[in-house]
Write a protein that binds this ligand. Structure first.
Ligand code: ATP
Length: 246
């Protein structure tokens, strides 16, 4: 791990009550201003890794047995999700949970409650609408009426309302059509260009390796492979098992 890592996970062991260890010594790092992909099949431990970083593990019945999470070289207090949010780490959970009966704008407002003042909240919202013009068009519609892709954009937009230093994305491409997946990938690139580091957990290895600079492969609780995304995309293992082009 480089000295300039913004986020660093060191030798993390996590278990769930009454279940086997979900993470067995996982280390990853996220460079300041970078996009890192975490690939892996169902059950590999991707969501568990994100939960351990975002402080939502206890809520799911999991425990960090050992290891640490560092933000800017200092231990990240992962006791509760709200502590972690305050430190600038925001997670977009799998399954894009938006408030279906609230309007698009109300959903964004719910994500902006931590903003210092009305002015910074309005600025954050304007940035979200720049990034996702479709959300601006639909701002008065109920979120439940949006398409899957639009709901994913709203879920990302809501997290951006908290002006994160690091955005944790849990399978944003899940269940979306290829064209929409490409759009989500482009938006992740743009969010990163505007200064937010990103951890992108994906089963869609093609999209993840396209947008990430560095990638880690998680296999049953351990990192089996890591490297620059472009190099990983050329390895036989990743081509066979994750890109399906062996
Ligand atoms: P998926 O893509 O299916 O979400 P994943 O890579 O995110 O998979 P995890 O959800 O992190 O994997 O699961 C890792 C392991 O931990 C699995 O064996 C899973 O059954 C177990 N696990 C996950 N969540 C819980 C939970 N809340 N309680 C008990 N065991 C869990």
């Amino acid at each position: 791990a480089g000295r300039d890592a913004l986020l660093e996970v060191r030798d993390l062991h996590v278990s769930y009550a009454g279940s086997v260890q979900a993470l067995r010594g996982v280390s990853i790092w996220v460079p300041d201003g970078g996009i890192v992909a975490v690939l892996g099949n169902n059950g590999a431990g991707k969501s568990t890794l994100l939960r351990a970083i975002s402080g939502s593990l206890a809520r799911e019945g999991g425990t960090v047995d050992s290891g640490s999470v560092l933000l800017g070289g200092r231990p990240l207090a992962v006791r509760s999700a709200s502590d972690v949010v305050r430190q600038g780490v925001l997670q977009v959970p799998e399954g894009r949970r938006v408030f279906g009966s609230l309007s698009v704008e109300e959903n964004l407002r719910a994500g902006g409650t931590a903003a210092r003042d009305a002015k910074s909240r309005d600025e954050a919202r304007a940035k979200v609408y720049d990034l996702f013009p479709i959300l601006h068009e639909r701002r008065r519609q109920r979120a439940g009426l949006l398409s899957g892709g639009e709901q994913q954009m709203l879920a990302i937009g809501r997290a951006l309302m908290g002006s994160p230093r690091i955005l944790l994305l849990d399978e944003p491409s899940l269940g979306l059509a290829p064209l929409i997946v490409e759009q989500i990938g482009d938006v992740i690139t743009e969010i990163n260009r505007q200064g937010t580091a990103v951890v992108l957990v994906e089963q869609n290895a093609a999209m993840a390796l396209r947008v990430a600079s560095h990638a880690f492969v998680l296999e049953v609780g351990r990192i089996s492979l890591e490297g620059p995304a472009a190099e990983l995309a050329r390895t036989d293992e990743v081509r066979d098992r994750y890109l399906g082009v062996g």
